[in-house]
Design a protein around this ligand. Structure first.
Ligand SMILES: Nc1ncnc2c1ncn2[C@@H]1O[C@H](COP(=O)(O)OP(=O)(O)O)[C@@H](O)[C@H]1O
Ligand SMILES: O=C(O)[C@H](O)[C@@H](O)[C@H](O)[C@H](O)COP(=O)(O)O
Length: 221
């Protein structure tokens, strides 16, 4: 990675795709049990980047949660105003409904949704076998990434409100915690281990990873 930039280099992005393609080729299990994953975290942690890679690799449908915001929410954030519970309520319901459709279809799915509060996560997961992947990193790293990102409505000035609103998941929530500080391909590798999506017999490259029953513990990395 270019030490001067927080952006993954094109080579890095390719490595992520290559890793994904290689793992996909190795996935010998005909039917990987479907999982319903919500990648959560404050704006700029890298949710979309890793969620797209995971969905592509597993062949699961992907939904960018931002695309389900009503235009009024996007304009409010673009103009530097944080959303409140009332703004988010209809958006969270749309995200929940999308997940419910995927569960009904039975083919797995990946959604990005900041899911900043426990109450939001409860709305999203209501009656569904949803697992959250909490991508966390420092405000400094997130700020660098948001500033380097182009073509997105979210201003870096809203980061303090994102962190202030964030209620980190508790250990009784169905959440896997992953450091967003790694490269996209390293994060993908960690996710495949933590979600037990590696084909039978292949060794996870992550030294110590959690079994699914360890949900909610901080991931070793
Ligand atoms: N693991 C990573 N390391 C470095 N930069 C990253 C990483 N993941 C994402 N980025 C970059 O950071 C910015 C925010 O990533 P994005 O996936 O849009 O985050 P989010 O969906 O959480 O807002 C993008 O410019 C992206 O290229
Ligand atoms: O609940 C919120 O305040 C927003 O949903 C916020 O958390 C989200 O991050 C923005 O929509 C930007 O989208 P990105 O997370 O993709 O930057």
């Amino acid at each position: 990675m270019d030490p001067m930039s927080s952006e993954p280099t094109p080579a890095q992005e390719n490595a992520c795709k290559t890793a994904g393609a290689m793992i996909a080729k190795d996935l010998k299990r005909p039917a990987i049990p479907p999982q319903y994953i919500v990648v959560m975290g404050v704006s700029g942690t890298g949710k979309t980047t890793v969620a797209v890679a995971l969905a592509d690799l597993m062949g699961w449908p992907f939904q960018e949660g931002d695309d389900l915001h009503p235009p009024s929410n996007v304009e409010k954030m673009r103009n530097g105003h944080p959303l409140n519970d009332e703004d988010r309520a209809p958006w969270l319901e749309l995200c929940h409904d999308w997940l419910a459709k995927q569960v009904k279809a039975g083919h797995g799915a990946v959604l990005t949704c900041s899911s900043l509060k426990r109450r939001y996560r409860e709305i999203l997961a209501k009656g569904l076998p949803v697992e959250f992947v909490y991508l966390y990193t420092t405000p400094e790293v997130v700020e660098q990434r948001i500033k380097a990102r182009t073509g997105h409505y979210m201003p870096p000035t809203l980061l303090p409100s994102q962190f202030a609103t964030l209620e980190e998941p508790a250990t009784d929530e169905p959440v896997i915690v992953v450091s967003g500080d790694a490269t996209p391909s390293e994060i993908l590798e960690m996710l495949l281990c933590y979600l037990e999506l590696h084909p039978e017999g292949t060794k996870c490259k992550v030294e110590a990873h959690m079994s699914k029953s360890d949900h909610g513990r901080t991931a070793q990395n």
